[in-house]
Write a protein that binds this ligand. Structure first.
Ligand code: LFR
Length: 456
């Protein structure tokens, strides 16, 4: 994405896009990280040639928790995908026998997810071979600049960062038996990581361009790009996952927060995202993949016309996390719970949409009660904000307006942090969000009474 930013200007253009899917080999589920890097270089070349005055800087973000292990600067094997079933089954118990879950929460504030980096590392028998661990955006930054750092927002998803000091929790690293030297120096968003290595600069046609740390966890950048105004504005960053929560200044390390599985992810400018991971559009995309279809639009249209009640199922059931046949898994869930399964494709899609909306509404209510805030509206950002049927269902089920957009909140948050580091904009998150609001069309979905739904 190429961004242009000024005091009253914020524009993005997509110069390249590529698919990034899991690859299964006999030893497990992986990311094709070399293809990701090659595609990134192609994208950077396209961006450099499309930028009128050349590139001012480059910022990298990706999903969280996954990492490459290196020795002497060389990648050891192909990074695992956090949806790998075997590692997720093995890792948590190995950690919990050394450090109880409640202590982990008190130290790191991280919600329990089987794929938190700390759990993955416990199930990874190559950590002894490595002298460095880099999370995915940090790995790409290393290949671009030769500098090894850990960007702090993403580091907060490892389960090894202290929620209070925001430094590596050395006691915890030792308790789980990992070498301290694996973990590089932390940097905050806005810091220059380095400049493109000369051969890279030549390959992409961008000599001397700096790589600047941004909220390298995609959700951190998405929430910068979410035009929240005021404490009553919640967010739902809706892509593969639905990340639902509130931005807070201080941790809420209560039993209630732990039991509700609310996390404390590090945000830009020292903010904290008190949120929980809910299933996202993964259910829809895996359903489409199972059906051999690529276009969700017609299915959503058909789903919108369904007037009969559709079954509601628990989208948080762990069976839906690995890639696979979601229609069959939903049918199995319904059979086990004495619920009549959706009768056709349109009803199945409607059932997914309504079940997701119920889960988001519940998470919004919990977020409000944990912080003691009245949630007045929810900002839905990311690809899922284009799904009008889902946005309306969320408004209806949560009983608050949904403000949908921007679709590219993550890329906007990324370029805004770079632009601020370069001096093109000046101010706190409120100023950055105000610029988003002034430059992007947002669509509001007002909640409807129950009688107005389901075509009644
Ligand atoms: C969203 C996201 C979530 C994280 C999950 C796994 O893309 O980054 O925030 O929990 O992916 O990394």
């Amino acid at each position: 994405m190429l961004g242009e930013v000024g005091p009253s200007r914020l524009a993005l253009s997509a110069v390249a896009r590529f698919a990034n899917g899991p690859v299964r080999t006999p030893d497990g589920l992986h990311w094709d990280v070399l293809d990701l890097y090659r595609q990134s270089l192609d994208g950077l070349r396209a961006a450099a040639s499309a930028a009128p005055g050349g590139l001012a800087s480059i910022g990298i973000d990706s999903w969280a928790v996954d990492y490459g292990l290196l020795r002497d600067g060389r990648l050891l094997g192909t990074p695992f995908h956090y949806r790998d079933e075997a590692r997720n089954a093995a890792g948590p118990a190995l950690v919990h026998e050394r450090v109880p879950a409640a202590e982990l929460y008190a130290r790191t504030g991280l919600q329990f997810l089987p794929f938190n980096t700390i759990h993955q590392l416990a199930a990874d028998d190559w950590t002894d071979l490595a002298d460095r661990l880099l999370l995915v955006p940090d790995l790409v930054a290393f290949w671009l600049t030769g500098r090894q750092v850990a960007e702090r927002t993403n580091a907060s998803t490892t389960g090894l960062l202290s929620v209070t000091s925001r430094e590596w929790d050395e006691g915890l690293i030792e308790a789980v038996g990992l070498p301290r030297a694996l973990f590089p120096d932390l940097v905050d968003p806005g810091t220059t990581i380095g400049t493109l290595l000369p051969p890279v600069a030549e390959a992409v046609g961008a000599p001397g361009v700096p790589v600047v740390a941004v909220g390298s966890h995609d959700t951190a950048s998405a929430v910068v790009g979410a035009p929240l105004d005021g404490p009553g504005a919640a967010y739902l960053s809706l892509g593969t996952w639905g990340l639902v929560g509130l931005e807070v200044d201080t941790p809420v390390l209560t039993d209630a927060a732990r039991e509700a599985n609310f996390t404390h992810e590090g945000g830009v400018d020292g903010t904290i995202r008190l949120l929980t991971n809910v299933m996202g559009t993964w259910l829809l995309s895996e359903t489409l993949r199972t059906w051999g279809r690529s276009d969700l639009g017609p299915l959503l249209e058909a789903a919108a016309d369904v007037t009969a009640e559709v079954p509601l199922f628990d989208v948080q059931d762990p069976r839906f996390v690995p890639p696979g046949d979601m229609p069959a898994r939903i049918a199995a869930w319904c059979a086990e719970h004495d619920v009549v399964a959706p009768v056709d494709d349109a009803s199945l899609v409607r059932s997914i949409v309504e079940s997701l909306a119920v889960a988001y509404a519940a998470a919004l209510a919990t977020a409000g009660s944990l912080v003691g805030r009245d949630v007045r509206q929810v900002h839905v950002v990311g690809g899922g904000s284009q799904n009008a049927l889902l946005c309306q269902a969320i408004a209806d089920r949560a009983g608050v307006p949904v403000v949908a957009g921007p679709v590219e909140a993550t890329a906007l948050g990324n370029v805004l942090v770079q632009a601020r580091a370069a001096g093109a904009v000046d101010g706190g998150l409120d100023v950055l969000r105000d610029l988003v609001r002034r430059t992007h069309d947002l669509r509001t979905f007002a909640p409807r009474a129950r009688s107005a739904r389901m075509g009644a």
